[in-house]
Design a protein around this ligand. Structure first.
Ligand code: PGA
Length: 254
């Protein structure tokens, strides 16, 4: 059984006061009996404070991005070792906003994957196609290419340390969610691609869905066999919505 993971990607949102309120509400609302791992990914500058606010709670802390480098003359970058030191266990890499707005290549994302694993953290590798690519029928090819870059850079053991998040670009922040069947199709494809490397690794690989997940559609998405939780943007900024989604992933919503 793969234990589901629900990760909140706060993106460029938050404030010290707002974060304190949101984290306190999550601590109070999260039932430790729910069979789900829950994580928040605030902007870098808030990570240490969020770590302190979450002390003693099961809520995990992740970063939204990370440098592929460990140290050196890389102005503006933050290394995986630094993230570990401030309490992160995970780092999102290759989010479509990083790929499209900041020109991150498949190869750079693969180097980040390696750096994160080397630091002892879990990379959350985002993959997914644009609307144009979907309409051209190249969804599987795009996802395969994104995965292949990482497969080429890391061993099976290293890949097994990561989590994959399928995020169709056309569904991110648009209110337009992939249907559970559309998402399942790509999740099954990702698991199949992973099984070509190692059936054992593929069987244990957690594959999250992201793109306009809300309290109202989470249950149907998480009910699909290859969807092991979600990467949540907008709906992670409101404790009630986020907790409903966590509850759905835990399978405790009936
Ligand atoms: P969204 O974002 O839930 O707001 O669509 C998801 C993401 O980009 O991780």
């Amino acid at each position: 059984m793969r234990r589901p993971l629900v990760a909140g990607n706060w993106k460029l949102h938050g404030s010290r006061d707002g974060n304190a309120r949101l984290l306190a509400a999550l601590r109070t609302g999260l039932d430790p009996g729910w069979a789900v791992d829950v994580m928040v990914c605030p902007p870098f500058v808030y990570l240490a404070e969020a770590h302190a606010a979450l002390e003693g709670s099961p809520v995990l802390l992740g970063a939204q991005d990370v440098s592929a480098e460990n140290q050196g003359a890389y102005t503006g970058e933050v290394s995986a070792g630094m993230l570990r030191e401030v309490g992160c266990s995970h780092a999102i890499i290759g989010h479509s906003e990083r790929r499209t707005l900041y020109g991150e290549s498949d190869e750079l994302v693969a180097r980040k994957f390696k750096a994160v694993v080397a630091a002892g953290l879990v990379p959350v590798l985002c993959v997914g196609e644009t609307l144009q690519e979907r309409e051209a029928g190249t969804t599987h090819a795009v996802v395969q290419r994104q995965l292949d870059a990482v497969f080429a850079a890391v061993s099976i053991e290293e890949f097994a340390r990561g989590v994959v998040a399928y995020e169709p670009v056309w569904a991110i922040g648009t209110g337009r969610t992939a249907s559970p069947e559309q998402a399942q199709d790509v999740h099954a494809f990702i698991r199949h691609a992973a099984s070509m490397r190692s059936a054992r690794m593929a069987g244990g690989l957690r594959i999250l869905y992201g793109g306009s997940v809300k309290g109202t559609n989470a249950q149907a998405l998480f009910g699909m066999p290859d969807i092991d939780g979600g990467l949540i943007g907008g709906a992670s900024l409101e404790a009630g919505d986020f907790l409903t989604i966590c509850n759905a992933a835990a399978g405790t919503v009936t």
